[in-house]
Design a protein around this ligand. Sequence first.
Ligand SMILES: [Zn+2]
Ligand SMILES: [Zn+2]
Length: 219
Amino acid sequence: MKQISNDIFQINLGSVNVFLVGDTLIDTGFKGSTEKIFSALTKAGKEPHDIKRIILTHCHPDHTGSAAELKAILKVPVYAHEQDAILIEDGIGGGRMHLTPGIINWLVYQLIIKKAGNSIDPLFIDVKVKDGDMIDDMRVIHTPGHSDGHISLLIKDVLIAADICANVTGLAYSTLYEDIKQGRESILRAASFNFEKAVFGHGGPILKDAAKKLYKKFA
Ligand SMILES: [Zn+2]
Ligand SMILES: [Zn+2]
């Protein structure tokens, strides 16, 4: 686990990150990630049952794949945006996507995304959230484009950006978008908030001037 701030940790599961914010787990990785998440928690001196809630940033299988299993084991409520919640409850891992141009995107799609397919173990979303909702001290920012019901979360000076863009080999668009134009608008809207650090579903964190860097890259 990589510490991002006082109570925010990034757990790297290989091709995707999940986050622990206090007692909240944000995203769950592909199906089969439960043990990896639990062992990361244990290594950091925490316990699986310290998790009191799960928030899903969006419906894609690399973020929701282990949600049903984790919910069954931990018996905690799961939150997601109302638009992606409908898909998750039907076991659908996303709408029609378009590949962002570039060789790396093509490779990521061929090697990881295509293989994962588009179905997930369905689960009931206990709390459907929308833009502006507060979950304790986390502000929900609806950031559609990558998926219709994609959310980012703002916690003090940290943005959990999820897949609005990626930071694998520097800041860049995510590999896939339902609507990249809308995705860009969402990045810029997220960047209009005040935060120093940003973390992503894919790639490393930005620990300084993150809002400014996002704006500069995509404006
Ligand atoms: Zn995604
Ligand atoms: Zn992702």
